[in-house]
Design a protein around this ligand. Structure first.
Ligand code: F6R
Length: 571
């Protein structure tokens, strides 16, 4: 999603902003631009990559930059940010979607203002220029008129300050010696400063070469900086490959982080809950499905796993609800909105996230940090395994387990065996592909199918094994490949029956099994684990690898799948 960077100080603003935009490239974008400030504002924009921005060497000391994820208007040069006001006095970058765009635009058009782009964001530049006067007050006033999300930076001709406001997507400010920085992600700041001021929703900031000031509703506020722990990942040929390879070390870090963070208060909140909600999107939602199954089984408490975008207030009534929000980035707008809804109902909230200092860490009552390390490939891999481990440990601890003998070592060695599973065959990309499983294995099947879709652009789907015969089996013929995951011994007969039915209708069946042969054409045997509840952490790895291999064989870049962003900061 959109990346934002700004700099004011004695350094080379062009180079620093371009460097920040490059760091944020992993978030996904389709056009980019930079505005250099000073006696006049010079704007450079391009469709496509930051590398295509052709900005001459210059001595600008103030600049704002943006990588755009198109929402309003196609990903063209004219729609790229920054946007200039009608009189060239103000340049703006914006992250969000302005819901009352048509109304605000009509007001501006009535005043004779002509638009240079098809974006909603351009409105902000014109409105700020019309306001004039104190720029900080203008930023707050304009943001107040916007319905929807409007995190923005603005710079003004002849002014060495950058004005900003957070409404929705995050912003972090770094203060150096004779320079200040701002970015939508602390990853872009870590090279320059050790700590950052994370703006809360509705907060405004003004940075100059010597200081940063913060405001809420027009009143100056004092903020404490947060240490930046994240470091930009080292460049590599395929981030998804290295992120899958890092799973054992990431799990070890999650293990230590969870042990360190879980205390009696958190455990008693979980134990005493009458109902637990797991909320997330995409892969994080799948982790929630695992959490629901595990907590219901171990604690005998009713749980619901809900897509954040489908989470409404209806079920939130009743006493002793508890809500667990899972999000790798900590910035997903749907998840943050669902959390907000819980807070308004007074429901205690726990965030499980990979990014310290992300928005959700400020919004939730408690946080469990995964410490999986930066995840750059758009398709989530190691963060999913780590989400499952965090949930596993939380559930087991709430159920009275106080000690996990050798867990990271056990997982490390089992994962080495699993890396050897090569499920890929030519027919995987030519036939119709299905993923099936039961219980927690159905969750794995769903995650496998999602991964495959995301990076191969091939239609596939996941089905609960027992549900096939109620419809989807009509799709099965000799051009079908079915991947079945089986880790629970008590499902063996049922899965064997499904496999036999599928094969008799011509399907080619590949099994990933912890419980032996179920009559598939080919079986990969999972290594033994001391606890069946751990298998989902392991059995998903061959599916992650399968998607990656298929994507590479198809000639795609698995790190940057089309139409997808790493962090989805708009509703
Ligand atoms: C799948 C994937 C997405 C994310 C989803 C939520 O590979 O990456 O489905 O899981 O967009 O993102 P977070 O976890 O950052 O909230």
């Amino acid at each position: 999603m959109c990346g934002i960077v700004g700099y004011t100080g004695f350094g080379n603003a062009r180079d620093i902003v371009l460097d920040g935009l490059k760091t944020l490239e992993y978030r996904g974008y389709d056009s980019a631009g930079v505005a250099l400030g000073g006696d006049y504002i010079a704007v450079y924009k391009t469709a496509g990559s930051v590398d295509a921005l052709n900005i001459p060497d210059c001595a600008a000391h103030i600049a704002i930059g943006h990588t755009r994820w198109a929402t309003h208007g196609s990903p063209t040069q004219k729609n790229a940010h920054p946007h200039l006001s009608f009189d060239g006095s103000v340049a703006v970058v914006h992250n969000g979607v302005i819901e009352n765009c048509e109304q605000l635009k009509a007001e501006l058009v009535a005043k004779g203002i002509k638009f240079a782009s098809d974006t909603d964001s351009e409105i902000i530049a014109h409105m700020l220029a019309l306001e004039g006067g104190d720029m900080r007050a203008a930023v707050e006033k304009v943001a107040g008129r916007i319905v929807g999300a409007a995190t923005l930076l603005a710079l003004r001709k002849g002014d060495d300050r950058i004005y900003m406001l957070r409404k929705g997507a995050s912003l972090a400010v770094g203060v150096g010696e004779g320079e200040c920085f701002v970015a939508s992600d602390t990853l872009a700041l870590g090279k320059y400063v050790r700590s950052a001021y994370i703006l809360s929703d509705g907060e405004c900031a003004v940075i100059s070469p010597i200081t940063a000031s913060f405001f809420k509703d027009g009143v100056k506020i004092f903020k404490t900086p947060t240490e930046i722990k994240r470091t930009p990942p080292t460049p590599c040929a395929c981030h998804m490959r290295s992120e899958i390879d890092e799973i054992p070390t990431a799990l070890k870090r999650t293990f230590l982080s969870v042990l360190d963070s879980v205390d009696e208060t958190l455990l008693s909140d979980v134990r005493n809950a009458k109902r637990i909600f797991f909320v997330g999107c995409g892969t994080a939602y799948h982790a929630g499905l695992y959490g629901k199954l595990l907590l219901e089984k171990l604690l005998n408490v009713p749980c619901e796993a809900t897509l954040a975008s489908e989470f409404d207030g209806v079920r939130l009534h009743g006493e002793n609800n508890y809500a667990i929000f899972i999000t790798q980035s900590g910035e997903t707008a749907d998840t943050l909105q669902a959390l907000d809804r819980c807070k308004r109902h007074g429901i205690p909230t726990l965030a499980i996230t990979n990014v310290g200092g992300s928005s959700i860490t400020f919004a939730a009552d408690r946080t469990l940090l995964l410490e999986a390390g930066a995840e750059v490939a758009v398709a989530a891999t190691k963060s999913y395994n780590c989400q499952l481990l965090a949930i596993y440990m939380l559930a087991k601890m709430a159920n009275g387990v106080g000690f996990f003998a050798n867990l990271p070592d056990e997982l490390h060695s089992a994962i080495q065996d699993v890396y050897g599973a090569d499920l890929y065959e030519e027919r995987i990309r030519t036939s119709n592909l299905f993923f099936i499983g039961k219980g927690a294995d159905y969750v794995t099947a769903r995650e496998g199918a999602l991964k495959f879709k995301e990076i191969t652009y091939k239609m596939t789907d996941a089905y609960a094994a027992g549900e096939l015969k109620h419809g989807a089996i009509a799709l099965i013929d000799d051009n079908s490949t079915v991947i079945v995951t089986l880790t629970n011994p008590k499902d063996k007969h049922r899965i064997a029956a499904a496999v036999s039915e599928l094969r008799s209708r011509g399907a080619y069946v590949l099994a990933i099994s912890a419980v032996g042969d179920v009559g598939a054409d080919k079986t990969f045997a999972l290594p033994h684990l001391s606890d069946d509840d751990l298998y989902p952490l392991l059995s998903v790895i061959p599916l992650q690898n399968l998607a990656l291999t298929a994507s590479l064989c198809l000639g795609y870049d698995p790190d940057k799948p089309r139409n997808l962003a790493k962090s989805v900061t708009v509703i």
